[in-house]
Design a protein around this ligand. Structure first.
Ligand code: LLP
Length: 437
């Protein structure tokens, strides 16, 4: 540890090759003849000029390609199946719209996400409703809009839904029971959900009780089971263990096996590919679940992370004390992954890609934990330079905030050399919008 800092500096490490660095950016990212990055065919300097910084760039083609890879990959391995985007990873209407166009189902975890999904054109029949504390209003909206599946997390969900459905004669709500499989993946504690002691779902004995109650219900139709063991999981074993656990509860028509596949944030990360993950999951499903059962997966992070790049401008460079601090115009206001989960990111000067001197890339917020990358090589960073941080498509927009009165960045879709803002930058007027005199 460097004295007075919250995160370990991982220096020195072998200088990554130029190709490795580009490999973390959306496929198709290239460098222009002047050395600047082109994302979705758009030059970063032009994007910075047009939209300002910080900005969250999304390679639209990469996102569509990932959606197809998931949907086609699962359908090829298990024809009776569906991919549902776990929309908490990037809940903006443009993303819902794009993934609805690609035919995906959508997982929502709140009434807000449900409203956004519907506004983004999601077919209500393709909505899967989650939450460990679903309010009456949320459940009523779900029922009234015709949500395809409601996932029962607890016995109060059953009571509430029964009451709501008593007031809507003729409506039968298909449901799944969320099972806590007692599986502990190797990931950050805050994003592990399948272990005994998790606030989510029902352990096997309670799940059996819920199943029995639901089988006796004439308003709730029990279609099957749901399981989700956590996020940023870099090996396949926990997914197999989760299937083994739900298989113990008998035969059902639907198994939603959750999300959780990790993304490659750094040179060292080696997550299974989408194909390897689907191979493992469907092999377990084929071996342990009824052949006719419908299998659903719910990727969030691995759907959107790698399509995103955060673009910042260097405000100041501070040398001395054995470290070079490169401070940019964003930070934990637009990317909480580092502060909350210790996530590591790589980065580069966006106009001089790869290599350089070891730096600590920090944000502009008032705390030492506001670090974007603790040990990263940047080529002669100077105030005014653009910095690109790859793999920021997941959970950055959703967790962005107004700490220090920061205005949340725009989201810019880039494709075939064309760009368009799908979320505009926040303004100071936005910051005051809810304040009452
Ligand atoms: N399904 C359910 C029921 C979930 O709770 C989640 C994520 C997913 C699917 C998608 O998991 P993924 O494929 O994204 O790993 N805020 C944290 C992540 C929390 C994930 C919560 N649940 C972060 O920024 O890392």
């Amino acid at each position: 540890m460097v004295p007075g800092t919250a995160t370990p500096v991982r220096l020195p490490y072998d200088e990554p090759s130029y190709n490795d660095l580009l490999g973390l950016f959306p496929p198709g990212t290239v460098t222009a003849p002047d050395g600047g990055l082109r994302i979705g065919g758009c030059h970063v300097a032009e994007l910075a000029e047009r939209y300002g910084t910080p900005a969250l760039l999304i390679d639209e083609g990469a996102l569509r390609a990932r959606a197809r890879r998931y949907a086609d990959g699962l359908a090829a391995r298990r024809p009776n199946s569906a991919v549902a985007f776990a929309s908490k990873a990037f809940p903006c209407t443009a993303v819902y719209r794009l993934l609805a166009e690609e035919g995906l189902s959508i997982d929502v975890a709140s009434d807000g996400e449900l409203a956004l999904a519907l506004a983004g054109g999601t077919d209500p029949a393709k909505v899967i409703v989650h939450g460990n504390a679903k309010t009456d209003d949320y459940l009523r909206t779900a029922v009234e809009t015709g949500a395809g599946l409601v996932v029962i997390d607890n016995f109060d969900d059953i009571d509430r839904l029964e009451r709501i459905l008593a007031g809507t004669p003729g409506r039968e709500q298909p449901v799944l029971v969320r099972v806590t499989p007692d599986v502990r993946p190797d990931t950050h504690e805050a994003i592990s959900t399948g272990q005994r002691g998790s606030k989510f779902g029902l352990l096997l004995p309670q799940a059996r009780e819920a199943i029995a109650r639901l089988r006796g219900s004439d308003r709730l139709r029990l279609d099957g089971l749901h399981v989700h063991v956590g996020s940023q999981i870099l090996d396949s074993e926990p997914f197999v263990q989760a299937v083994e656990a739900v298989a113990e509860l008998g035969d059902f028509d639907v198994y939603d096996l959750g999300g959780g596949l990790g993304s490659r944030y750094t040179y060292e990360d080696r997550p299974p590919s989408v194909e390897d993950y689907l191979d493992t999951l469907t092999a377990a499903a084929d071996a342990l679940l009824p052949a006719s059962a419908r299998v659903i997966v719910e990727p969030g992070r691995s759907m959107v992370a790698e399509a995103g790049v955060s673009l910042y401008r260097v405000v100041t460079v501070k040398r001395g004390g054995g470290e070079t601090f490169v401070a940019v115009d964003g930070g934990m206001g637009d990317n909480l992954e580092v502060s909350l989960y210790g996530q590591r990111f790589e980065a580069t000067v966006a106009t001089r890609v790869g290599g350089g001197e070891p730096c600590r890339l920090v944000g502009r917020h008032c705390e030492s934990g506001d670090t974007l990358s603790a040990g990263v090589l940047l080529d002669d960073p100077r105030p005014g330079d653009l910095i690109a941080v790859p793999v920021t498509g997941a959970y950055t927009y959703s967790l962005s905030n107004n700490y220090n009165g920061s205005c949340r960045p725009p989201v810019v879709f880039c494709h075939d050399g064309q760009s368009r803002a799908v979320v505009r930058r926040e303004t100071h007027a936005d910051l005051m919008r809810r304040d009452l005199p």
